[in-house]
Structures are given as C-alpha cells and as structure tokens.
Design a protein around this ligand. Sequence first.
Ligand code: HEM
Length: 528
Amino acid sequence: MKFRRSASGLGEWLQSRTGFRGARHALLDEQLPPGTGWFFTLGSVLLALLGVQLLTGAFLTLYYAPTPDHAYDSIRFIVSTAPGRIVHGLHHYGSSFIVVAIVLHMLRVVAFGSYKPPREATWLSGLALFGLVLAFSLTGYLLPWDQRAYWATVVTINVAKLTPLAGELAAGVLRGGDSIGALTLTRWYAVHVIFLPALLILLVVLHVVLMRRHGISGPVRSRPGPMTPFYPWQAARDTAVVAVVLATMAAFAWNGAPPLEGRADPTDATYVPRPEWYFLGLFQLLKYFPGKWEVVGGMVVPGLAAAFLILLPWLDRGPERNPRKRPAVLLAVAIGMAGVVTLTTLGWRDSPRNREATAWTLREIGGRTLVQQTGCARCHSEEGLADSLEALTSSRGTEWLAGHVADPEMIAPGLREPPARRDEREVAAIVAYVHRLARQPYPAIPRETEVAGAIFARFCVGCHTIDADGGKDGPDLSAIGSKRDQDTLRRIITHPTSVNPDAEMPAFGKRLTPAELDAISRYLAARR
Ligand code: HEM
C-alpha cells in the first residue's frame, strides 16, 4: 500500500516535470481505421531492424579501425570473440533483412494504393529512405577491406563514372584521391557512421510524422466500425512480427557473418568482383551493356525505374485503391519485380564460386617453394628475430610486403648482407603465399606440384592462367592435359617451335633442368 502510494507519487512528480504521459499517449493511442491488420506491421519491423543496425554498428565502431593497414585485422579481431562474432553477424544479416522488409513494405504500400493523395510526401520520404539504405550497404561493404570489399568498390566507382557530365567528378569524390586507398576508406567510413545515420534519423522522423499526420490508410475497402487505438491490438501484432523477425535474424547471426576473404590486394587483377546479393541484378544488367552502352545499364534503366517510382503517386491519382481495379500499375510493378528477380537469379548463377574456399592457387604453392629457397627462415623462425611465417598475421599491404621480400633490410637496415635482387614474379608469388598463409594453413601438397608451382610462378604466370590466376597473353592451362600429352607438353616447353613453327612463346629448354621440365610437363598433363 505504502509502495503503491510512493510509486504513484513518483509518477505524478515525473508527469509534472516531464509530461511523459503525453508522450505515451502520442506513441500508443494513435487512432487506426477498422481492419488495420498484419500487413501494417512491416513499418514497425523496419523501425526495429534499423534500431538493431544502429546499436550493433555503434558497438562495432568501438573496435573497428578505418585504415587500410588495420581495418582487416580489426574485423578479424572482432570476429575472434563470441560476442564480437554475433554483433558482427547481426550487423551483416541486418542489412539483408532491411532490404527484404523495405521491399515488402513498398509492395504493401503499392498494392493498397497507400501512396495516393494525401500521402505523396510520405511515399517520397520512404523512397529517400530506400536510397539511404542502399547507400549504407555500399559504404559498409568496403569497410572490412578484404578482396570482396575492395573489388566491389572498384565496380561501384566505375558505375559512378557513368554519371552524365559529372562522371569523373563523382568518382573523384567517392575515391577521395587518385586511387582507392586510405582516403577512400576514411571517407566511406565517415559517411557510413556519421552522415548517413544522421540523415536516416531525420528521414525516419519525417516519414513517421507524415504517416501520423494523414493517419494510416487502412484496408483497401473501408470497413464499418469505430476507429481503434494502436495499443493494445495493433501493438501486439507489431510486437509479435518484430519478435519473429529478430529471432530469425539472431539464428542467422549466431555463427557470425560469412568469413572474410583475403586482405584487399589492388594488384590482383584476376579477382572477379561480387557485389552484395541485392545488387546482383544491377550488376548483371551492366554485363548486358558493355563498352559505350554501359551507361544504359548503369544509369538509364535504374534511372527510369527510379523516375517511375517517384512519379507513381501522380501517375495513379484516382481515389480507387482496390488493386483489382488498378491493373496497369500492378502489371507495371509486377513486370519490374519479375525483371529484378530474373536478373538477380542470373547474376547469382553467373557469379564465380568463392575462390577463397577453393584450393590454394598454383602461384601460392610455388611461393612456398620459393620461400624455402630464399633466406626467409633465417629471421622468420622459432629461434629467429621475427615471427615464423606460419604465425605471421602481418597487417602489411602488398606493396610493403613486396618491398620487404625484394630487400628484407627495408625493415631493419644493416641487419645482414643485402640479398641478390629478386625477380618481380618471384616476389609476387612469395607475397601471395604469405597472404594466403595468414588466412589458411598450408595443406598437404605433393612435392612435384610444389616444384611445378615454383616454375609456374617464375616463368609462366605472366602469360598463362591456371584456375583464374595468371596472365592472358597465352592460352589458359587449367585443363591443358585434355588436349596435350606429357611428351608434347615437354617439347613445347623446351622448344615451342618444334611443335608449332609459329609459336611466339620463348624456349625454356636452357632455363629449366631436365627434372624441372619433367615436373612441369607431368603436372600440366595431369590437369584435365
Ligand atoms: C527505413 C525505411 C522505412 C521505415 C522505417 C518506414 C516506417 C514506416 C512505418 C512505421 C509506417 C506505418 C506502418 C505501416 O504502414 O507499415 C509506414 C508507412 C508508410 N510508408 Fe514507410 N518506412 C520505410 C520505408 C518506406 C518506403 C521505401 C516507402 C515507399 C517508397 C514507404 C512508404 C510508406 C507509406 C506511403 C506509408 C503510409 C502507409 C499507409 O498509410 O497505409 N516507406 N512506414
């Protein structure tokens, strides 16, 4: 009794000082038309998902370091702990959940004709929110600074270059400098964690204020009966759907986001970029418009779709909200959605398998043999001055590493005699090996493949490709064994014109030992 009196006293005091009951009334007692039901829960789902995204994002900033030297390692550190893995997972899957929820919310608004007067401004603010969500996704994708991040950003910036008249300007603003690097990362990070969230909060407030100003549109055919408050029934529906969505997302996030790929390597021109799944459709569209037609796929088609959505409330103005009586709009939207789904599916099928998950490349394997032949282990060993290569989690980029491999004194001048100058290709192979080793332990590989790997990495990789790694001047050798036997291959390598008088390939008979010639020809013959 005494407790109840003091609680109500506290309530009165809070009311007199803050007027909180007014806020509770404003939040919970919104009057809804009869028949407002489950379809109207999607807005709340979006609010909840955005809340989770802001919260998990805020926690990630505590550990994330936005520089090319540290970004990758900071994410690796975050996901090395269970809470970090879950928070990172929630943030990762959250973006996909938001895109799905936003599309469903839009489809609901279109199907119910809820964009019609007087709700045009609500619709436009919603479209702006959609654009913001995509901008969040694009800027966030770069932050882990892995191969996937780097190369998808190259594509994004190339698309920005298609902007009529101001293409180079747009690309320059996005890059922050001449190439994608530290300035780009700082810039995208600032936009991702400060500019976009600020804009998002403003726009969400505007969207909800506008929605409240005109009231919820309700079912397409108005039903008889009095208006009812949001609390308790609609609030209960919203809470139930939000709970199911968040629980599903938590299940996805439990084991964290998909693993990072290798550290961003701007010199790896063999990497095939892959965007986030909801950009796959657009990415696919770009492939159908190569060269000078790129602007059609990158700007014209998406621009027309955006223009259609912006103008929709004015294209379909009549009071009729029943979807069956608005076939033209519904057909246009259905065709658009079918296009998006088809392109996304084609893009999905076309996108390469995650190369990281497959076996080590021949160049990387060759890099190991070259490391053994070089004096790396003199310093990089249990008893040496530096960490052993297996324990190395260097955050150094390719450029530094290549410099160090070519001249190890770069890190500690005067430590020992300068090495003989290393061949550029050998350096690239050693760097590739060290980078891969930092992510994946070395598997058991037959000695002969290791020898072939070193030969390939030193002499062939400039012109030939194996498993998507290498040059394009000569033929791809990934399945050469299905065309040539070992003896012919050995003759081609020793003296190419002995098999094909027009061959432009140099002869390697004098540069390789008979055992090396055997090893590389046997390896190639076995590739089918
Ligand atoms: C982050 C994104 C968004 C959030 C948080 C959000 C939130 C909400 C909420 C809470 C409602 C009221 C409940 C409901 O109708 O489900 C609502 C209604 C509405 N939203 Fe959104 N929305 C977002 C994106 C969009 C988009 C992309 C569009 C369309 C382009 C849109 C257009 C509308 C319209 C027209 C209404 C009024 C619906 C009616 O009166 O029936 N919203 N939104």
